[in-house]
Design a binder for this molecule. Structure first.
Ligand code: PLP
Length: 435
């Protein structure tokens, strides 16, 4: 249990930091250090990390090989800020990415480095799709999450975030994601129908944007068949396909790109989060070369292509993506994890818990936000950092570092099992016991 003084030391944040802060409320301690799959607070209490910076730390905290390249670069006076000038760090990253990721997969893309966040990349992708096609509308999906700046927010479904916009998020039509109406209804058939019907009221969109596994929306994996029919619809109707691989990419679902299992060839791919491999901000658009219709500087920003992050990103590719070992490990660990979670669901049958996801991007759906909330709070008290997602925060999102060792994984799962068990038991108590 984290010490009481750890909680007290949060007063500076309460006094000085905006009300908008969120994770510091879910995990109310002051963190000081981190390594691999563990975090440490100011009192030396250790937490196992099943959050991984919401997908930004697929290779764990402070990978020593990545940090080594970063510190060597700093010591050598390597350039840190250069706007979008040509730098050796950027050249090395692009060439290495092309060589280790794109070419072996038969993919050809040009690189665009927007501002460093995921939302920056989504904004650029939407803007480019509209510029290329001359159409204004975009199709996004129920429960999709693509960021909270105004353009990215317009393709994000969650009402809590949309309500904060202050202006109506415009130019987007939401369609049902795979499985939204239950397994028997294929929502791509509906989309095919309204696209084909000149009287459906649906304007031909510039692009379809999707996550192959919805992260914030509740860990909803789309099937191969659904993804392929959407790609086909895009091709038939000259609509651009944008895959937002910000959370599901960089190995999270097994392969480097989350869409590989469905053999997709998206027109635009957006990446961020784990791209630098060590939590440094970096985002990237991959564009089919004929789509690169930008005029120089037309889309810009001061912090495009963070050189330190590019150095770390190259080191991450070198360490983890020159062979298939990490992919194989993710598939194996993902299977063990999902079987374990299914057992947890079985053991607490009264609560209709269910498990879904792909690779090491898994969700334990607790049915209600109340139960999921009790579980994650209990888990935190016992030393596990894990967050919730879904429209009602009803899904526990299990996102350990891909590199987590078996022993730490087991310790984390033990805490989770106990928390699920205890929270379910407490839910069974009459209300006056819960006061
Ligand atoms: N797209 C997806 C799929 C995400 O999960 C996120 C963040 O969680 C974003 C976009 C936005 O990224 P950022 O928070 O870096 O703006």
């Amino acid at each position: 249990m984290p010490q009481e003084s750890s909680y007290n030391s949060l007063s500076a944040f309460e006094k000085l930091e905006s009300n908008v802060r969120s994770y510091s409320r879910s995990f109310p301690v002051v963190f000081r250090k981190a390594a691999g799959a563990t975090l440490e607070d100011e009192n030396g209490f250790e937490f196992i990390d099943f959050l991984s910076g919401a997908g930004a730390l697929n290779y764990g905290h402070n990978d020593p090989d990545l940090l080594n390249d970063v510190t060597e670069y700093l010591k050598s006076n390597g350039i840190i800020h250069a706007l979008d000038m040509a730098t050796s760090a950027k050249r090395e990253f692009m060439e290495y990415f092309d060589e280790t990721i794109l070419r072996p997969r038969g993919l050809t893309y040009k690189f665009q480095f927007p501002g460093p966040t995921g939302a920056n990349a989504v904004e650029a992708a939407l803007k480019l799709a509209r510029k290329i096609t001359g159409r204004h509308s975009i199709i996004s999906f129920t429960n999709g999450f693509h960021g909270v700046s105004l353009g990215a927010l317009s393709v994000t479904g969650n009402r809590y975030y949309r309500d904060a916009a202050g202006v109506p998020p415009a130019g987007v039509v939401f369609m049902p994601y795979d499985g939204y109406w239950g397994a028997d209804n294929n929502s791509s058939d509906y989309l095919a129908r309204v696209l084909a019907d000149a009287s459906s009221g649906l304007d031909l969109p510039a692009a379809i944007i999707l996550e192959t596994v919805q992260g914030e929306g509740g860990i909803n994996p789309a099937s191969k068949g659904w993804l392929q029919s959407l790609e086909q619809l895009c091709r038939q109707n000259a609509i651009l396909l944008i895959v937002d691989d910000i959370q599901a990419g960089c190995g999270r679902t097994g392969n480097f790109f989350s869409f590989e299992f469905a053999d997709l060839s998206p027109d635009i791919v957006v990446l961020s989060k784990s791209l630098s491999g060590c939590g440094l901000p970096l985002s990237l658009l991959l564009l089919k070369p004929d789509l690169d219709v930008w005029r120089p500087g037309e889309h810009n920003g001061t912090f495009r292509g963070n050189n330190l992050a590019l150095v770390a990103g190259t080191a991450a590719l070198r360490k983890y993506w020159t062979n298939k070992n990490l992919s194989a490990e993710v598939t194996k660990t993902g299977y063990i994890l999902s079987e374990h979670l299914r057992q947890v669901a079985q053991n607490n049958r009264n609560y209709n818990l269910s498990v879904r996801g792909r690779g090491m991007m898994l969700g334990l759906d607790c049915g209600t936000g109340k139960l999921a909330g009790k579980i994650v709070r209990k888990a935190f008290q016992d030393g596990l950092v894990v967050e919730r997602c879904g429209s009602e925060d009803q899904v526990i999102k299990i996102l350990p570092p891909l590199t987590i060792d078996g022993e730490t994984l087991q310790r984390g799962l033990d805490i989770l099992d106990k928390s699920v068990h205890e929270a379910c038991e407490r839910m069974d108590l009459p209300a006056h016991f819960l006061l």
